[in-house]
Design a protein around this ligand. Structure first.
Ligand code: NAD
Ligand code: GLY
Length: 359
């Protein structure tokens, strides 16, 4: 691979590479270069396993102890109970502290595997091998790991960075259109919060992207990872700037919890949430009607929702958003735009403003 296929997340002694390319799943040398011991745990799910597990296992053929944990598929299984089932199998196979966990799948598998790696014997190495667009551009990078609680999404977890992220862009060929669109929501987010030129590029290249043109897609993934890596390196544990990555998420998490985990894909809820965030920004004069119309058209083009569930009231939003991790001292925090390509976090949004955007 050439240098341009590698981005580094600059976190000092926890610095790690993100590799982006075709057929990386088959690159046994690349994978091996990030494994320290002879023990490996591959965590995947019942949908991804038949598609890509054999490629990873071929690449691990020289390892004497490989345990495969195949989880049921779905956000509703991103739970404490599923986490326990991973430990059951890993302990039964006597994995020690030199083992490496590999997350092979979308964001659900990545988040739960990362959390399992953070907890197992107080922390073992892990590698992210994301296979959805959302996981490739967002969840596999930055070390946020978690499981859901019935009272709130991602409420139990840890910041725990992987040793490496291997993005095989070819794995997107089997992804359903709905899941692909959900990933595009996060790609669009990066343009809105951090790079207006990238946002313009997305508007101009939406048709190539929707058709999954490999060159355009790799460009979108690479730019998204660069932007995420830069934000994470500047504020790993979200004490400040990293919160801008949550554009639309305060609303989105409330939508996901309201609808029941799994009913809306995370990216779909973020899409609807970004429209609400832009409406708030527009109330404050930081976005125009034109910006809003462009965003709605772009999201719709990918088949993404542009509004909250019709039966979700302001009261539903208020009670669910009160549980958001971004609540500080009883005040809700929202990410708003200052203009295209620039975002800020505010904590002074009034219920009156919310009532104007949540019909
Ligand atoms: P997902 O993991 O549920 O994957 C979506 C669907 O695609 C699943 O059915 C999965 O089995 C299937 N799939 C995965 N790869 C496939 C492939 N190559 N071909 C065919 N099907 C495939 O959902 P997601 O959108 O990847 O991730 C959403 C999760 O990520 C949420 O739990 C969200 O909270 C989390 N997330 C975490 C972060 C973070 O920073 N840690 C950021 C964003 C989202
Ligand atoms: N997805 C938000 C973050 O990683 O901070």
């Amino acid at each position: 691979m050439n240098q341009s296929d590698v981005i580094h997340v600059e976190l000092g002694e926890r610095r790690y590479p993100i590799y982006i390319g075709e057929d990386l799943l088959k690159d046994s040398d690349l994978l091996a270069s990030h494994l320290t011991g002879g023990q490996v745990v591959v965590v995947t799910n019942e949908t991804v396993a038949p598609l890509y597990l054999s490629q990873i296992l071929d690449a691990l053929a020289s390892k004497p102890c490989v345990t495969v944990v195949t989880l049921p598929d779905g956000e509703q299984y991103k739970t404490w109970e599923t986490l326990g089932s991973i430990f059951d199998q890993v302990l039964a196979d006597r994995h020690n502290r030199t083992t490496t966990f590999i997350a092979l799948g979308g964001g659900v598998v990545g988040d739960i595997t990362g959390f399992a790696a953070a907890c197992y014997q107080r922390g073992v190495d892990f590698i992210q091998v994301p296979t959805t667009l959302l996981a490739q551009v967002d969840s596999s990078v930055g070390g946020k790991t978690a499981v859901n609680h019935p009272l709130g999404k991602n409420m139990i977890g840890a910041f725990y960075q992987p040793k490496a992220v291997l993005i095989d862009t070819r794995s997107l060929s089997t992804l359903g259109d709905r899941e692909f669109a959900a990933g595009m929501a996060e790609v669009i987010k990066y343009g809105l919060i951090a790079d207006s030129a990238f946002y313009e590029w997305l508007l101009a290249n939406k048709s190539l992207l929707k058709n999954r043109d490999p060159v355009a897609l790799k460009q979108a993934i690479t730019r998204s990872c660069e932007l995420k890596a830069e934000v994470v390196a500047s504020d790993e544990r979200e004490s400040g700037r990293r919160a801008i990555l949550n554009l639309g998420h305060t609303f989105g998490h409330a939508i996901e919890t309201f609808s029941g985990y799994g009913a809306w894909l995370h990216g779909e809820a973020v899409a609807a949430g970004m429209v609400l965030a832009l409406k708030l920004s527009s109330l404050r004069g930081a976005a125009t009607e034109h910006d809003l119309a462009d965003l709605e058209a772009l999201l719709s083009y990918f088949g993404l929702p542009t509004g909250a569930p019709v039966d979700m009231s302001l009261g539903d939003f208020m009670s669910l958003m009160a549980l958001d991790k971004k609540v500080q001292d009883g005040r809700l925090r929202f990410v708003l735009l200052e203009g295209l390509g620039s975002a800020i976090v505010v904590s002074d949004v009034t219920e009156q403003e919310l009532s104007r955007i949540i019909a």
